[in-house]
Design a protein around this ligand. Structure first.
Ligand code: PLP
Length: 465
């Protein structure tokens, strides 16, 4: 019946078969038939009318529309998020789990054999002198290859301003350290990438959360208010395919963001690790493109596009590049030298653009499959948007849901997901989850979404309205 209603074969408002008809047609007991109707009701697919029976509820299909805007917190706050995040990440590590909560795409989508060839080649020819020469800012050829990619999107960056790091996460952390001291206020997105909150927690900073609208992105008015009322020292934002919502800021908004921050002389740490995974024809320009004052520290990575375990990222850090370079030297000295050389070799000879084309097409097809599964299996009234890049969908459920309880039950069923509360300092977004569609579609993944739909009807997951 759920399938029929979702597919529109039973029109909204139509009377559903009576309990007696269901019992006769399906050969089930009265209590089974009643339970089935309760489930349909909980999923928002039917409504009961006293003494008249059940009717198909409008609209039958999950609607694809943005989740609403949220109010910005009036005050900055210290952050206590790590226990929550680690409990979720640790649980998701179980072998054999369906990784809907993962932050990475499937390793099957990466050109691992070709990359290994480049790494082998680099390891054979890397000279002992590179141990010194490739210290931060990093391998010269790699920085040149990265600079070429900036050039191709029309945002030229000097190779000398690029610092190679151990993944984007280190780049982001070093940038934050370069422009803040303990006690400073940092503006972050809400919902936003939990690692920003963890960095703020670790460095004894304070967070002011700026709301993100799932359709239009960061609320610039709220940011302007925050800049006017708090001594904000830095912003850490994603402008392309934001994690977790997938939203990309328009060019006008990126420009306005950069101008607003320039007016207040506040640096922007721009986390752009998903930009290369665009399904549209061109790379969505980063905010960096509008920076005239060297205030934007743009951070990128090969973890999401090419080589997750290789741990190579970078920042083009504008006027802060030298500070970041020194911090890199002071913390971990250098990113792995043969690995830097290997990635540089791959970028030069391996066919990176060909690979990117393939991975983008695969992700887009997987997005269609996930969209379809959500429509089939999750409650009517669930809201989500379809980003034109990356591999995350951010879902908001129609009824109050305890996403942490859903996460725990899902783990028991061998499924991970990213519950909403890990994406905010206030542990908000209880009603939301982030799903990863970066894995090749299979009946197992489809089944996992179906199980989530069933778990959403569990009383342990549903909160009272
Ligand atoms: C938004 C965002 N930024 C940065 C990172 C870290 O990237 P890397 O693996 O290059 O350190 C991640 C990884 O999950 C991410 O989702």
């Amino acid at each position: 019946m759920a399938d029929e209603i979702r597919a529109g074969h039973i029109a909204a408002g139509s009377r559903m078969p009576s309990l007696r008809q269901v019992i006769a047609q399906h050969g089930v007991s009265q209590s089974t038939a009643t339970r089935a109707y309760h489930l349909l009701e909980q999923w928002g697919l039917v409504r009961a009318e006293e003494r008249s029976g059940y009717f198909a509820a409008p609209p039958a299909a999950a609607v694809e529309k943005p989740a609403g805007r949220r109010a910005a917190p009036a005050a900055s706050s210290t952050v206590d998020i790590s226990d929550l995040v680690f409990s979720v990440l640790d649980a998701a590590k179980r072998p054999g789990i369906v990784p809907l909560g993962s932050a990475f795409p499937s390793p099957q989508l990466f050109p691992l054999a070709r990359l290994a060839k480049s790494l082998g080649q680099a390891a054979r020819i890397v000279s002992p002198w590179n141990t010194v020469v490739d210290l931060p800012p990093g391998n010269e050829n790699l920085r040149r290859q990265i600079a070429l990619r900036y050039m191709r999107i029309g945002v030229p960056q000097p190779p000398d301003g690029i610092v190679v790091t151990d993944g984007a996460l280190e780049a982001l952390n070093l940038c934050l350290m370069a422009v803040t001291r303990p006690g400073d206020v940092v503006a972050v997105e809400s919902p936003g990438f939990y690692a920003a909150l963890q960095a703020i927690e670790r460095l004894d900073l304070r967070a002011v959360e700026i709301p993100v609208d799932t359709a239009t992105g960061l609320d610039l008015d709220a940011l302007a208010d925050a800049l006017a009322t708090h001594p904000v020292r830095a912003c850490w934002f994603m402008t392309n395919y934001q994690n977790p919502t997938g939203v990309t800021l328009s060019d006008e908004k990126k420009k306005a963001l950069v101008e607003l921050l320039a007016k207040h002389e506040v640096p922007l740490i721009e986390d752009d690790v998903y930009g290369e995974l665009h399904y549209r024809a061109d790379y969505p320009l980063p905010a960096l493109a509008y920076d005239r004052h060297g205030l934007v520290m743009h951070c990128g990575s090969f973890s999401k596009t090419l080589a997750p375990g290789y741990r190579i990222g970078w920042t083009s850090a504008g006027r802060f590049a030298d500070r970041v370079r020194r911090l890199k030297l002071m913390t971990t000295l250098s990113a792995s030298i043969p690995v830097q050389a290997g990635i540089a070799d791959y970028l030069e000879h391996g066919g990176y653009d060909r690979h990117l084309k393939k991975i983008r097409a695969a992700l887009q097809a997987q997005q269609r499959a996930m969209d379809d599964a959500i429509r089939r299996w999750l409650p009517a009234g669930t809201r989500w948007t379809l980003p034109d890049g990356g591999y995350f969908l951010w879902l908001e459920f129609p009824q109050p849901v305890d996403a942490m309880a859903l996460h725990r039950l899902a783990i028991e069923q061998g499924i991970s997901l990213a519950p909403g509360p890990i994406f905010s300092a206030a542990h908000a977004f209880q009603n939301c989850i982030r799903l990863n569609y970066g894995y090749p579609w299979s009946p197992r993944v489809d089944d996992a979404v179906r199980t989530l739909g069933q778990l959403l009807a569990d009383p342990a997951v549903r909160l009272r309205a």
